[in-house]
Structures are given as C-alpha cells and as structure tokens.
Design a protein around this ligand. Structure first.
Ligand SMILES: [Zn+2]
Ligand SMILES: [Zn+2]
Length: 361
C-alpha cells in the first residue's frame, strides 16, 4: 500500500478509515505518512464524500481491501521537502489526480485521460484523505497542490475538487447564452453545473431530481424550474418548454447534463435532446444500462463523456473567493472520523443530504 518504505524511527500513527469490503469501513491506526523530496504531507481539515466513494463503499468500485478512500479535501501542509513555493502551515486543497505526466494525453494537457492510468491517485491507489493526514505523492504548486486564499475557508476548500468536476462538464457542454439546458440529477455535480451555468449565462435552466431538498437547492442556485420525476414525465415537462423535437417526438433541449447515472435518466436525456443537440455524461453508472442508439443517430447528437478535470482548480478557487459560489449551499453535514459510517449513510440519503464532509480534526 505504501509508496515509500517506512522511515525509521517510526513517526507515530494517524487515524484513518480503511475500506474493507462492501459496506465495511474500519477506523484504524496507521503509520503516519512521511514525505520524501517532491512530496507533501497534509493535515486534513475536511474531506467530502464523493458519489464515486459511495460506489466504492457499496460495491468496491476501483477499491481493494485496505484502501483509504477520500479525494475531496482541504488541509494544512505539515511538510513539503523540496517542493518549490510550498511551506508548512500553508492552507491548501489538492488535485488528487496524479497522472504519469509523460504520455501523449498528459503532454496534451489532459491529465484526466492519462494513458498509463494513474495508480498514484489519492484515494484510489495512494491512501486517501478520510484520515488525519494524507500524503501527496507528487506535490507541485499550481499543478497538484493549490494554496487557498483567506476568503476560501477549509469547508469551501474541500469543495474545489467536485466543483472542478462540474466546471469541466459545464465547459464540455459549450452552452450558449440562449440555450435551454436540462440537468438530470441534483447531487453535488448537478448542482455545481447548475450554479456555474447560471453564472456563465444560460437561457432556460431546468433541473430534475427525486429529492425535494435537492430540487429546492437547485432553485436557490439558479435553476428556473425543477422537475420531480415521480410527479411528472421529464421529457413531457421539457416538451412543454421547448416544443417537440424532430419528427414531433420528445423535446428540443439544446444541452442535457446527465448527472444521475441511472438508465431511466439516460433515456430521458436521449429523448429530450434536440436535433443536433449535446449530451454530457458525467455520472458514474453502477453497471451496464440499455439505451436506444437510434436517438443518437437520428438526431446527430454530440455525446460527450466528462471525467474529472484538467486545469479547472484555480478558476474554481477564484469563484469561491469572490463569493459567486457559496460553499454553504452545498455542505449539508459534517461528521468526525468516529462517525464515518454515519457520514456515508447520510451521504446516501439523498432526501437529507447534499455534500457530507468528514472532519478528522
Ligand atoms: Zn470526487
Ligand atoms: Zn499520462
């Protein structure tokens, strides 16, 4: 598990949460991480629970037994030997994506598409931040480590990573100011997309989610209208706004963001998009789903996957610093390490939670 052999003498221990198997987390003492030159150790302030963490928790997505999960975090640098511009005491957030840096995609500025497949990713490979301290296996200021300005608190700092996911998805959607947009799923990413599109300018912004809490939050963040899929058919509701799509079928939404990851929402996405429209897929799907490819063909849809982020961290930090994005609209709960199981169960309860933070301190 460790990337670096333990130093001698032992440097003491930290408390950390290991994933042991489906729905089994264990709070354990582990040897404290130590930074070699070019690495950093961060004392974790907050670490958010991601949708992908829930998939890992429930059925082991990308996790092996003993993995410490957690990749959305803020904290304070404890040591950063040989890392230019970084010193103990610096408040930071960290891009947990640690790509090879040498392959064609990395050299093209697409670290999220690293061809090598990054085994050092924090929380997926390298131990994550549901722990008192976390190692940054490759620390470079402005690339993997970002200093937080005073206006960005530690709770906001833990939101930079998921908001960067939302910003990357929003950019790939290439929404125009007059566009009608449908966001399916109002979890952290769907709500982030909602806020960012409202700030950037969008014609009509509609958000669908089963959770009344999340629909209310979508309205607060800038949605014009929300849809409760249990009360009304999503595609029909969109048709009332846009008129029918090609061949008199479906609806005519310019850009659809699929942030839910279930078969039914994907079907609505394909039916609702207009001729020549764009569909951005950013959810994690628990398994295979059935789709109707004819919709993509007939309408010449542009279907874009959106995975993680590239260089969005500084822009997200600026938005948080300016107050354009209020972290408290997203954070719904915070639990200590002792209550990490409760934290995960709360994050799964979409009726009650938006973003749940684990707070080791
Ligand atoms: Zn995440
Ligand atoms: Zn690479």
């Amino acid at each position: 598990m460790r990337l670096v052999p333990p130093a001698s003498p032992a440097r003491g221990s930290i408390r950390a949460v290991e994933w042991r198997g489906p729905e089994a987390l264990a709070l354990v003492d582990r040897e404290a991480p130590e930074a070699t030159p070019g690495q950093a150790v961060v004392e974790v302030a907050h670490c958010g629970i991601c949708g992908s963490d829930l998939h890992s928790y429930r059925h082991g997505l990308a996790a092996t037994a003993g993995q410490v999960l957690g990749h959305e975090f803020s904290g304070t640098v404890l040591e950063a030997p040989g890392v230019e511009g970084l010193a103990p005491g610096d408040r930071v957030t960290v891009r947990p994506l640690i790509p090879c840096g040498r392959c064609r995609r990395c050299r093209a500025g697409e670290p999220n598409l690293c061809e090598v497949g990054a085994v050092d990713n924090i929380g997926y490979g390298s131990p994550g931040a549901f722990a008192e301290r976390v190692l940054v296996p490759r620390a470079a200021l402005g690339e993997t480590v970002f200093r937080l300005p005073p206006e960005v608190g530690d709770r906001a700092g833990a939101l930079v990573e998921p908001l960067a996911v939302a910003m990357h998805a929003a950019r790939l959607g290439a929404v125009l100011p007059e566009d009608v947009v449908l966001v399916l799923g109002a979890g952290m990413i769907g709500l982030g997309v909602t806020r960012l599109l409202r700030l950037a300018g969008v014609g009509r912004l509609v958000v669908a989610d089963l959770s009344p809490l999340r629909r209310a939050r979508a309205l607060a963040l800038g949605a014009d209208r929300t849809i409760d899929p249990r009360a009304e058919d999503v595609t029909k509701a969109m048709r009332e706004i846009t008129g029918p799509g090609g061949f008199g079928l479906g609806a005519a939404v310019d850009v659809v963001f699929e942030c839910a990851g279930v078969e039914e929402t994907l079907a609505h996405a394909l039916k609702s998009a207009r001729q020549g429209g764009t569909l951005v897929l950013t959810a994690v799907y628990a398994g295979a789903v059935r789709i109707h490819p004819d919709r993509i063909v007939e309408k010449e849809l542009t279907v874009r996957g959106a995975f993680a982020y590239r260089d969005e961290f500084p822009a997200v930090i600026d938005l948080l610093a300016s107050g354009a994005v209020d972290p408290e609209e997203f954070v719904s709960h915070s639990f200590g390490l002792d209550d990490v199981e409760l934290a995960f169960r709360t994050q799964m309860d979409t009726a009650r939670s938006i973003k749940v933070l684990v707070t080791p301190g």
